[in-house]
Ligand binder design. Sequence first.
Ligand code: UT7
Length: 333
Amino acid sequence: MTESPTVFPVCIAGTGSYVPERILTNAELAARVDTSDEWIVTRTGIRERRIAAENEFTSHMATHAARKALEDAGLSAADLELIIVATITPDTPTPATACYVQQNIGASKAVAFDISAACSGFLYAMKMAKRLIASGAFNNAIVIGAEKLSHITNWEDRATCVLFGDGAGAAVLRRAQPGEGAVLATEMGTDGSLTHILNVPGGGTACPITAANVNNHLATLTMLGKEVFKHAVTRMKEAAEIVIERAGLKPEDIACVIPHQANQRIIDAIADRLAVPNDRVFMNLHKYGNTSAAAIAIALDEAHRTGAFKRGDHIVMVVFGAGLTWAAAAVRW
Ligand code: UT7
């Protein structure tokens, strides 16, 4: 997908994130299914993940993250014009989770809708928001990645249940003033011939929710891990290279790469192939596991708040997920 000329430059003005209080450790999982802390850490890098309370919905987590991002950006909810929530675990099939967030934060002027692009959703949403602001249609937007993956996890399947967690992250985008940062380049891609390697088969029109389908775990995530791994490395490397080049940069110009937080081995492989030193690659998956659309948004917020990059630095975000989908963004902070 080619980049059309930007009319107005667009910056990331603030970020926020939220994770539930409850920590689920590898040791606890090992007491439930045939796995071990050693296997999970060696194969994935994950040590623990957060699990939302039963009465804590995706919109609640999204709302916490949104409030923090608005505060960081110094933007009042009343002035917010657009809310896009990326999620595969909405509160309800309809209305969109973004509508609940709009109500919760009091952004009565904002247009609100969801997008579904699995782990790539946050960067898909960011590209849409960027274009809508760059074109002059909106002055600002909040993009939120929020997931309650614990709700669609098969807790009897050791191959998947050790991987996922819950949480939310958000970023406020707005028209940039001269001298401010900018979202320089974005890239998105989809390969619908690979829908079968990572999906939730049930719960939609193809396989409606029935007691039998739920008992057969058809409403939970299934994955051909090795296949996904292979495509993740190839697609994320390509997407990152595209945005680096399109932004007029070289890998050595990148102060911080923020990759999708799915597996440390995938992240290491991408860092190697991009020739970016490991200390410039941000990782927090040991604490949260894979939180799908929320993962890169939480990582961006933590990287920003812990000083992994500073004003004027160039950062690259790159993601990959079910669909298959992938996306990347190069940003001057
Ligand atoms: O956000 C969406 C993107 N998702 C991803 O990026 C995930 C990509 N894939 C992966 O991260 C890895 O493929 C996994 C972490 C899911 C699996 O690692 P792997 O090195 O590909 O392992 P494997 O699936 O080939 O399984 C190796 C062995 C198998 O046993 P045998 O057949 O060798 O006897 C599995 O049954 O490990 C076994 N195994 C486990 N053992 C202990 C699978 N899961 C577990 C487990 N604990 N939790």
